[in-house]
Design a protein around this ligand. Sequence first.
Ligand code: FAD
Length: 411
Amino acid sequence: MMSEKEVIIIGGGAAGLAAAVACKQKGIEELLLIERGGYLGGILNQCIHDGFGLEKFHISLAGPEYAQRYIEQLLDQEIPYLLNSMVVSLTPQKEVVVMGSNGLQHFQAKVVILAMGCRERTRGAIGIPGARPSGIYTAGVAQELINLKDYMVGEKIVILGSGDIGLIMARRLTLEGAEVITVAEKLPYSSGLPRNINQCLYDFNIPLLLNHTVVDIEGNGRLSGVTIAQLGKRGGIIPGSKQKIACDTLLLSVGLIPENELSLEAGILLDPITGGPQVDQRGQTSLPGIFACGNVLQVHDIVDNVSLEAEYIVEGVAEYLRGKPRKECNIKVELEKGLRYVVPQTLNSLKDTLFSFRVNQPGEKKALIFHDGEKVIKKKSFPRVNPAEMIRVKLSSRELEDLKSLKVRLV
Ligand SMILES: Cc1cc2nc3c(=O)[nH]c(=O)nc-3n(C[C@H](O)[C@H](O)[C@H](O)COP(=O)(O)OP(=O)(O)OC[C@H]3O[C@@H](n4cnc5c(N)ncnc54)[C@H](O)[C@@H]3O)c2cc1C
């Protein structure tokens, strides 16, 4: 039998929780949050370090504490949710099939909010050659094993990739008594937040080798060593730069992939750069009534931005459910030099719009310029920019009025 809901939220992490609470505050009653895991909070549960919530709550919380603030609101407001229940199918008509302990359940929703988060890139995804011993983990899996399962992954560690999870794990492993020999990063700059480079590497004298990667893996049964090499400007190995490092564990922190298998099945258009759905400024995907927020839409730098994005798109959800008439427009946001991506990718109504950008390279004294042909709509300056940090800029409906096109560049 098909059960009907106004809004179904897929995923009970930071994004799904914030979206559920915001929906309830907007008066949406027929609501259901569906989580495949055994608890709410998503990835936050394994992030036992602090630093969460500085923007949202002006206090430094651990990941589980941050999640708990939303879980309590969900429970207080009696918002229904399912655990151990995985959405296995989503159609463009917003039919949702869930696999749980009671077998298959079918739902018909007026709105679906995608909040499925992301997964880590693995060794296979980056194709490191060499032997296939044990002792190679993605950084998030190592974090889960140590923090939630009380299992220490190794003693002598090399970390490949300087994403935030790898940096945080360098500190965590050191505090647990392991020796983190080095963090190798193939780019000429770290892909983690500056605060994490300082607090997780430099405070513990862990070297960061930029322009370096792992080119070979050795070990029979257990990992016994890796070879790292320096990369030249075009990405090739610099002759004579190879060095062997004896270690028993390699952690990979080489990027996250938004979990969009359901979105693809439903026929939602994805952005090849973000890996998330293409959305308009209400967070609506290419399929009417299906919205997206959090890491499934774009990999976020800090969780506060995930919660704020979820709350922001729920305004669009409420307008959609009310059938509120919109002043239509049809504009694709075009990026010029210096910018890697933008969310939202399209504007189709006149409303205040929050844009998120990532830059291509670190830089100082930069400005974002929004323009419509010759006319500059907005200029915003930044003392420094960094690919690890999202840039968020709001344009008001007044600034967007009478727009014929919208281009953005970084100068
Ligand atoms: C290791 C790590 C360290 C971090 N450290 C920091 C930090 O120090 N400070 C900071 O501010 N931010 C940090 N972040 C970022 C922040 O925690 C995340 O951006 C945020 O928690 C992501 O929330 P989300 O809801 O989008 O995704 P998630 O938390 O991943 O939640 C997605 C949920 O969807 C569920 N799901 C997926 N598919 C389905 C399906 N088909 N059916 C049902 N459920 C499904 C998953 O089980 C999961 O619970 C860190 C992130 C990671 C991964």
